[in-house]
Design a binder for this molecule. Structure first.
Ligand SMILES: Cc1cc2nc3c(=O)[nH]c(=O)nc-3n(C[C@H](O)[C@H](O)[C@H](O)COP(=O)(O)OP(=O)(O)OC[C@H]3O[C@@H](n4cnc5c(N)ncnc54)[C@H](O)[C@@H]3O)c2cc1C
Length: 311
């Protein structure tokens, strides 16, 4: 095998896993095929000791701190295919120079993240990460006490609006057509003085620095807001797990057991790609945990091999 572990994806989860495995003196290839999920955002909030750091700076620091570990290689390499071998994996990919690459690894860790699927309306993509926000824990403090909107329908929109009342008392739920709200949902919005607009939305109008100025409806009316929150549907950033036949949850995440292993022996996953809360610090912790599980599985394998040879 060329490597003990191939880590696919060098966001918070992948970098953190590489650090732990480098410290275990494992031969690691960390393959990165592009920008992290939060690339459009000006800052990473809530990351212990790095609150407010630029996303690219956080990852650059992570890469810098891998440099002292000689068994860790980092490459700009998009992994396009994984083949399960009798023992380990064969991977194929394309470098950032467009060259084909292939190699083998005893184990693979997927830290490939997710993509957010934004509404196909003008303004959402343009203001993503600045005026269009996904998470109050990441950005709520920055827009505290400001006029906010929640874009969405049904129970999920009511839940997000109620959650936001901790940051602002001026919230309007914008359902962009019939809101599919229950009587109970409407009652809860009223109780918390949360407004409701069900007219179809035409577009979001931006202000200076990527902020939101207003939400414009198709009837020509508009609602002035400084930010809109939404829980966008997500897609896996890579199909590698699904292509290998790994179990995917009903919510589209890559299933893992308590040792970060997917349903495919030897294939591990960490970070946003797996179920659970999605934050950079959580992804980093999951990457570190997966690395410990990987190192222990590899150690166990070595000990068994040694025992067999000795016999
Ligand atoms: C707009 C926005 C703002 C956010 N703000 C915050 C915040 O303030 N605080 C916070 O804690 N969290 C924030 N988050 C959440 C945070 O971005 C994620 O939780 C975190 O990035 C997850 O880390 P990850 O390593 O799992 O995935 P990612 O950071 O998305 O990294 C995955 C990496 O895998 C690479 N990759 C994918 N497929 C392949 C492949 N086939 N081959 C090679 N490489 C591949 C990708 O290019 C990427 O570099 C924000 C998210 C968004 C969308």
């Amino acid at each position: 095998m060329d490597f003990d572990v191939l880590i696919v994806g060098a966001g918070s989860a992948g970098l953190s896993a590489a650090l732990t495995l480098g410290r275990c003196r494992r031969r690691v290839l960390l393959a990165d095929g592009g920008a992290p999920r939060n690339a459009p955002s000006p800052a990473v909030h809530g990351f212990l000791t790095r609150d407010g750091v630029q996303p690219a700076k956080l990852l650059a620091l992570g890469r810098e701190q891998l440099a002292p570990y000689p068994t860790v290689e980092v490459h700009e390499l998009k992994i396009t295919k994984l083949h399960k071998l009798a023992h380990g994996f064969r991977a194929e990919g394309t470098t950032d120079q467009g060259h084909a690459w292939a190699g083998t690894a005893n184990r693979v860790l997927l830290a490939t993240g997710v993509d957010d699927v934004l509404p196909a309306l003008p303004g959402f993509r343009e203001l993503w990460g600045t005026g269009v926000l996904h998470c109050p824990y990441c950005h709520g403090y920055e827009v505290r006490d400001q006029p906010l909107a929640v874009y969405g329908r049904g129970k999920a929109a009511v839940g997000l609006a109620l959650l936001l009342t901790n940051w602002s008392q001026d919230i309007v739920v914008v359902t962009d057509g019939p809101g599919h709200l229950t009587d109970y949902g409407r009652q809860r919005l009223r109780q918390h003085h949360i407004g409701l607009r069900q007219e179809p939305v035409a577009r979001l109008v931006g202000g200076p620095g990527g902020t939101l100025r207003c939400i414009e409806f198709t009837d020509g009316s508009y609602l002035e807001r400084t930010a809109v929150f939404l829980h966008a549907p997500q897609e896996q950033r890579s199909a590698l797990a699904a292509d290998l036949g790994a179990l995917i949850t009903s919510k589209g995440a890559v299933w893992v057991d308590k040792n970060a292993q997917t349903s495919i022996p030897g294939l591990y996953a960490a970070g946003d790609t797996t179920p659970g809360q999605q934050q950079a610090l959580i992804a980093a912790a999951e990457g570190s945990k997966a690395a410990i599980c990987l190192n222990e599985a590899l150690t166990k394998e070595q000990v068994m091999q040694h025992k067999r040879t000795a016999c």
